[in-house]
Design a protein. Structure first.
Length: 318
């Protein structure tokens, strides 16, 4: 059940921990619903300012904004996704060709990766769009612009609400692979994406904490004990490196808080039950984790080399 807390009555840490002893807010919710029914948009604007610190002047979407949204999606977008998923009943999801909204010569996402060291990544991010023109299988679709097979959710379960935000798409794609489904990339379904438009670009405490927590959830939910044991040291190394990285930018406390919360609350997640008939799928996933680790470092290495060359070309000013 979703509960709404009275503003200021509970700290963000307590909210994110999902304390089971939350206060009863039924009267508060009833008052909010009555207010919205009576005052409409004015009430919604007031609550957005009170709870989210969002100072909205109205909830109207202008014709210009609607047109801008249409221009961020190619006309054949939905049709191409539909055609791609209809090719095979074992396809669970299809990820679109997500191009950077601000620099349309660069990719934003060509399907998501998950690695042996527990790092997730956007395949192709910041690379030239022309390098990603071939359809292929990917680890998971990016839910920012994807299509999913509805009846598969009846088998594997829906998006996990414990994730709240971040990695929920990789989690459900991972789960689908355990059950023998595939996730595909469709380069003819083109959309222009503003990354992290909701929670802000770059890093912040909220994003770092929730992402690190959800990563623990995803690992513990989807890997059986044997696979966890096999991958323990690569995963440990990956988390140590991530901690050192975030420490450089002042987010070490948020990262550790997320990892701690994940470890303490992972038991609440619905762990995928191990079934012997899925053994081949687990082996295939393990191979994918290894392969994706190499793909990630190869793409990262190319970008780093290009940036160094650009910096040298511009006299070290970049």
């Amino acid at each position: 059940m979703i509960k709404i807390m009275k503003y200021g009555a509970i700290s963000p840490d307590e909210i994110f921990a999902r304390n089971e002893s939350e206060l009863d807010v039924s009267d508060i919710v009833a008052d909010i619903i009555a207010d919205v029914r009576k005052n409409g948009d004015d009430a919604l604007i007031a609550y957005a300012k009170k709870f989210d610190k969002a100072d909205l002047t109205c909830l109207e979407v202008t014709d210009e904004e609607i047109q801008e949204a249409f221009q961020s999606v190619e006309p054949e977008f939905v049709e191409e996704l539909y055609k791609a998923i209809e090719k095979d009943d074992t396809i669970f999801s299809v990820s679109s060709k997500m191009i950077n909204f601000y620099d349309r010569s660069k990719m934003d996402d060509a399907g998501d990766l998950y690695t042996l060291i527990g790092w997730q990544a956007q395949r192709g991010v910041a690379h030239p769009v022309e390098k990603y023109n071939k359809p292929c299988e990917v680890f998971s679709a990016c839910a920012g612009a994807a299509i999913y097979r509805r009846d598969a959710f009846d088998i594997i379960g829906v998006f996990d609400d414990m994730h709240f935000a971040y990695l929920e798409d990789i989690d459900v794609g991972y789960r689908a692979k355990i059950y023998g489904y595939k996730n595909m990339y469709c380069p003819t379904a083109v959309v222009y994406h503003m990354g992290s438009a909701t929670t802000g670009t770059g890093y912040n405490d909220f994003k770092v904490k929730i992402s690190s927590r959800n990563n623990i959830y995803m690992i513990t939910k989807n890997m059986p004990l044997l696979q966890l044991g096999i991958n323990f040291f690569p995963l440990l190394a990956g988390h140590i490196v991530k901690y050192m990285y975030f420490k450089k930018f002042g987010f070490s406390k948020a990262y550790l808080a997320g990892v701690k919360e994940g470890l303490l609350t992972a038991y609440r997640c619905n762990k995928v039950p191990y079934k012997s008939e899925n053994l081949y799928n687990y082996i295939a996933i393990e191979k994918d984790l290894i392969k994706n680790t190499f793909i990630y470092f190869r793409e990262y290495g190319i970008l780093k080399r290009e940036r160094m060359m650009s910096k040298e070309k511009n006299g070290g000013t970049n």
